[in-house]
Design a binder for this molecule. Sequence first.
Ligand code: SER
Length: 421
Amino acid sequence: MKSSEIRNAFITFFEQKNHQFVPGVPIVPENDPTLLFINAGMNQFKDVFLETGSREYSRAVNSQVCVRVSGKHNDLEDVGKDSTHLTSFEMLGNWSFGDYYKKEAIIWAWEFLTERLGIAKNKLVASVFEDDDEALEIWKTHTDINKKTIVKCDAKDNFWEMGATGPCGPCSEIHVYLDEGSVPENVTQDDLNSGKFIELWNLVFIQSNRKTDGSLEPLPNTHVDTGAGLERLVAYMQQTSSNYETDLFSPVIKKIESLTNKTYSESLEGMPHRVIADHVRTLCFGIADNVMPSNEGRGYVLRRLLRRACRYAKNLGVSEPILYKCVEDVIDVLAGHFEHLKDRQHYIEKVIKAEEESFLKTLSAGLSMFDQVVNSLKKTNQNVISGQAAFKLYDTYGFPIDLTALLAQEKNLTLDLKTYN
Ligand code: SER
């Protein structure tokens, strides 16, 4: 199935179960100072869970672009190292606002994955929060999952919170097994995090509000908030474990190959291709929603992504602007569902090109300075980059501190962040 067919199948499946399709919101949260970017499909419904707002419908379905580069949910460091983390992704979700609860959420998720998408039942694992016997019982009695592939997990993985405060609750996740054969019986929480599984879907049973003092306050009603990462679902359905080999990313990867003359590799060598593809996509979503690369706040997040991507392009031997040339490939894939991207394509290209040109003026000189610093440290057997050097890279050469940290990490060096700060 193509990615667009999987997205549509999800939306139609829940529409047929009386869910209202609600478009995703722009990635800049409108009324939520606790968030830099939309980080989950439920953000736009936070007021409904807290009962400070209401909707005309009690069931909803949508696809929401989420950005996870700051705060509680930050995947930036993992992007490119593996092939599953992204700085922005589409979250498919179905919601119940005081309507159905755990039973329907579990039964429908199972039905969608196994009947609508046809994923083999012996490849799936369900996890439940360790205290949630109700969810455990529902999985055992209302689905035909192998009971020995239901795993109890602790709060680290199975109690979902959107941030330091806000609506939250225990969750039940569905993971798919990537190795040959059936899921081994009696899998553990560690197995789920071992790289042999991918989490496909998170069913959150919203029942509490985390307050600023850290306490949990029960909500007046219980709700359902689910999130399935489209890119991961597509990867599995297209028989790859990598987002970058799906139809959502492969045209962009191919473009990067042709612009750099460097073949993509699934191994660590392919990290620059993956980072560039991911970061350009997030830049497209951000700039389309009117965030301009700048020196602070959301704009600085975009600038950091762009500069990181420039440096990876340089690793592939390219010193002229190429990121903006990937924009059309990113947008061609997504425009069927996100029309606003197509409308803003030329604007996005212009913004990215100007930013690239500006950073490329100082990138090479900054990298030479970095090399000099590394050489002098090596000569004296030291391994800490001084705060002064990091600050000069920032102030004179425009290197965001996380870029310097990345360069340092590649050389097995650390940074004196305290002095830098
Ligand atoms: N809020 C949950 C998550 O982001 C499910 O949608 O994973």
